[in-house]
Design a protein around this ligand. Structure first.
Ligand code: BES
Ligand code: MN
Ligand code: ZN
Length: 476
């Protein structure tokens, strides 16, 4: 699928489909205006009117997209693009042109980047294990021309790079845990390093043991799958300090000895979506060749019950030297992240952001709309929230006061790995904060946003748009 810019009149476009929006400019066209009325098209956001052989149009077909009430919002524009993508695909359209539309407060670069990203992501198809998808090639849209006064296609390429990153994130998330193991994630990182000329290092169990990562290793020891600690670095800005992203990579979370209930347990294959999102973000940034330095770190393990698994009450020593009483083996994400957060000090980071499907409690607090953000630096939290708004991949802040941290008290170690029933998302973040004292740090809890359940079960690719926007905002 390719995107291009054109300054042609939409009536003159002679491809399969001309796409217009039901706003002012559409009503300038009397044929379209009449057809909108005859068809009682209400132009609500997300609605679409498909017309064939409209007089005055060279394209065989015209699709008119509703944008809801004026002034048009970014959300409604994206909703219209999603409707459009579904309809272009089902009508087997090969070439389309999209008329220009003005949205208050949105510049052309944003329009171009967002349009390419949203459409490309919307036509993403899940790759089934063992199925060759190349036969599907005839069903894809080949070219989308976007009407614009500018001929700078730079942001179209950026939008596609972000969608490519999201596609990697979604694919890894959807893969079953018998395919997507820690070893598979390490291989994926090494492949990315090859393709984009990145620096990659994979630590094995023995390396981690030598570094004293007793907390991380306590999670993987009940599994036959060897743990890995992956780092991948992109250098686009000389010797500037890197932005470091840390992604939770639990390739399956059974809960361990604190075994989870059976219903819906298959979805715990998605417990590596933090890892998938930092790999996807790296892919996007490397493809964009941004002038930034970015390092991603992925602690990856499988959490299983076994005779040699951690047991409730066990005490382990983390790489930082702090000891942890494991009261619940299902609170494993923080146990692998804390050692990764100590490890990243070696990169001398500008900021560290960890991304994790960390708590079911964040779904209770925020549902599946916003991800949770917590930080030890308010400017960093604000920057992430702003990036989320720009990219329509939003985050909502939760507090991190000392009163919550006190809930982690243990009689037998420096801290317990759970804080009790209340404020589970916040106490999880307080735990991590104890390992992130030496740099500006933020934590994104993506347990509610990384995938959807039910009939449309699948990974979403979030928060790749938020993270890439945050980095775009910081590139030289
Ligand atoms: N991976 C889960 C969090 C999770 C649960 C994500 C449901 C998405 C949906 C995490 O490892 C976990 O099990 N957290 C526990 C923490 C508790 C034991 C303090 C939880 O949320 O129940
Ligand atoms: Mn768990
Ligand atoms: Zn987990």
């Amino acid at each position: 699928m390719e995107f291009s810019l054109t300054n042609q009149l939409i009536q003159h476009f002679d491809g399969d489909c001309a796409v217009m929006f039901a706003v002012d400019q559409t009503s300038d066209n009397s044929a379209i205006k009449a057809l909108i009325e005859i068809n009682h098209f209400d132009a609500e956001s997300g609605s679409i009117l498909t017309l064939n052989s409209v007089s005055g149009f060279k394209a065989q077909r015209v699709m008119v997209l509703g944008l809801g009430d004026a002034p048009v919002t970014e959300k409604n524009y994206v909703k219209a693009l999603n409707t459009l993508s579904v309809n272009l695909a089902s009508a087997k359209v090969k070439n389309a042109m999209i008329a220009q539309v003005d949205i208050d407060g949105c510049d052309q670069p944003w329009m171009h980047r967002t349009t390419a990203r949203v459409i490309k992501n919307a036509v993403y198809k899940i790759k089934k294990v063992g199925v060759d998808m190349s036969a599907d090639k005839d069903n894809v849209i080949e070219n989308i021309a976007i009407q614009s006064g500018s001929d700078n296609a730079h942001e179209l390429a950026q939008g596609q790079a972000i969608a490519n990153g999201m596609a990697l994130t979604r694919h890894l998330g959807d893969l079953p845990s018998n395919v997507c193991t820690p070893t598979y994630l390490a291989k994926t990182a090494q492949d990315l390093a090859q393709e984009f000329d990145l620096e990659c290092e994979v630590l094995e169990e023995s390396d981690m043991s030598a570094l004293g990562m007793g907390s991380l290793l306590s999670v993987s020891k009940g599994s036959i799958e060897p743990p890995k600690l992956i780092s991948l670095s992109y250098c686009g800005n000389g010797d500037a300090k890197p932005i470091v992203l840390v992604g939770k990579g639990v390739t399956f979370d059974s809960g361990g000895i604190s075994l989870k209930p059976g219903a819906g347990m298959d979805e715990m294959k998605y417990d590596m979506c933090g890892a998938a999102s930092v790999l996807g973000t790296m892919r996007a940034i490397a493809e964009m060749r941004l002038k930034v330095n970015l390092t991603i770190v992925v602690p990856t393990v499988e959490n299983m019950p076994a005779h040699n698994a951690s047991k409730p009450g066990d005490v382990v020593t983390s790489m930082s030297g702090q000891t942890i009483e494991i009261l619940n083996t299902d609170a494993e994400g923080r146990l692998i992240l804390c050692d990764a957060l100590t490890y990243v000090e070696k990169f001398n980071p500008e900021v560290v952001v960890d991304i994790a499907t960390l708590t079911g409690a964040v779904i209770v607090a925020l549902g599946k709309h916003h991800c949770g953000v917590m930080a030890n630096d308010q400017n960093l939290a604000d920057d992430l929230i702003t990036a989320g708004k720009t990219a329509l991949d939003t985050a909502w802040q939760l507090p991190l006061d000392d009163e919550y941290d006190e809930l982690l008290k243990s009689n037998f170690a420096d801290m317990a790995n759970i804080g009790g029933r209340e404020a589970g998302t916040v106490t999880a973040a307080c735990f991590l904060a104890r390992y992130a004292k030496d740099y500006r740090w933020a934590h994104l809890d993506i347990a509610g946003t990384a995938w959807v359940s039910g009939a449309k079960k699948g990974a979403t690719g979030r928060p790749v748009p938020l993270l890439t926007q945050y980095i775009l905002d910081r590139a030289k």
